[in-house]
Design a binder for this molecule. Structure first.
Ligand code: GRF
Length: 264
């Protein structure tokens, strides 16, 4: 992932690859987090289990955080995974902060960025440099409840189902094209805590699986129509390799119906 041109040209499918054999080249993944890092820990467990079985397409190469006290850093240390702390207060502007993140990612050699509880909105200059190479886990069934306090809002609205979404990231707040969703039933007796726990258990399952699919070229983001409406605009669509949608359904998850988005 050395420059913008390489990143964009790297958005392609390897859907005919034979996944029954161990993949020798593991996609180097960067995890961005700001807090306790339970998704990161679940990801690390998945990598460990799958590596023992010889069925893995990625490795966690580096952890990035804006919070020097993030719990996830203890996990990173315990696992011997290098991490970088880049705090907002060390930079004179948000632009400079994210330029530093961009350079650090290039230096790390990571090819896929996973936002797992990273509490900062990425500027479009940053997301444009990594199109199709950043995903996020969000604790709601997007497009419902983007932003914060999703469980509280779901309960307040009285929804009967809630859940989580893995999506490609663009410059908006939880707006990029959705990849897969896991739903949970909201029970009358649910509190914010019980609902959060049910959703989090799903997050820990769906995020590693989606990363594995992207890293092995079975899910990717493709430019559907370039320069279609507005000069410089581009529309992207999530593509699924053969059998991937069936596997999503087998897990009890969903392929979101609206997968198109427009970016400038
Ligand atoms: C998760 O609920 C994730 O969906 C959201 O932030 C939370 C992070 O939790 N983006 P953790 O740090 O992974 O435990």
């Amino acid at each position: 992932m050395n420059n913008e041109r390489d990143v964009k040209s790297d958005v392609k499918s390897d859907s005919n690859a034979d996944h029954s054999h161990p993949q020798t080249r593991l996609c180097p993944v960067a995890v961005f987090l700001s807090g306790r890092g339970s998704n990161f820990a679940a990801l690390a467990r998945y990598v460990q289990e799958r590596t023992q079985e010889g069925k893995i397409s990625f490795r966690i190469n580096h952890v990035f955080t804006d919070n020097p006290n993030a719990g996830g850093l203890t996990t990173a240390s315990d696992l011997g995974i290098p991490y970088t702390v880049l705090e907002r207060k060390a930079f004179s502007s948000k632009t400079e902060l994210f330029q530093a993140y961009q350079e650090a990612i290039w230096a790390s050699g990571c090819e896929l960025i996973v936002l797992a509880g990273f509490m900062r909105l990425l500027p479009s200059e940053f997301t444009d440099a990594f199109v199709g190479k950043i995903i996020n886990i969000h604790p709601a069934l997007l497009p419902k409840f983007p932003g914060l306090h999703t469980h509280q809002r779901a309960l307040a609205e009285g929804v009967i189902e809630h859940g989580c979404t893995v999506h490609f990231v663009d410059g908006g707040m939880d707006t990029g094209p959705n990849i897969a969703q896991a739903a949970v039933t909201v029970l009358q007796e649910d509190t914010e805590e019980t609902l959060a726990a049910k959703v989090l258990a799903q997050e820990h399952q769906i995020l590693p699986w989606v990363i594995d699919q992207i890293a092995s070229g079975r899910i990717w983001l493709e430019a559907a129509r370039v320069g279609y409406a507005v000069r410089g605009s581009c529309t992207y669509e999530v593509r699924y390799g053969p059998g991937v949608k069936d596997e999503i359904a087998d897990h009890g998850w969903r392929v979101p119906s609206a997968v198109l988005t427009a970016e400038k």
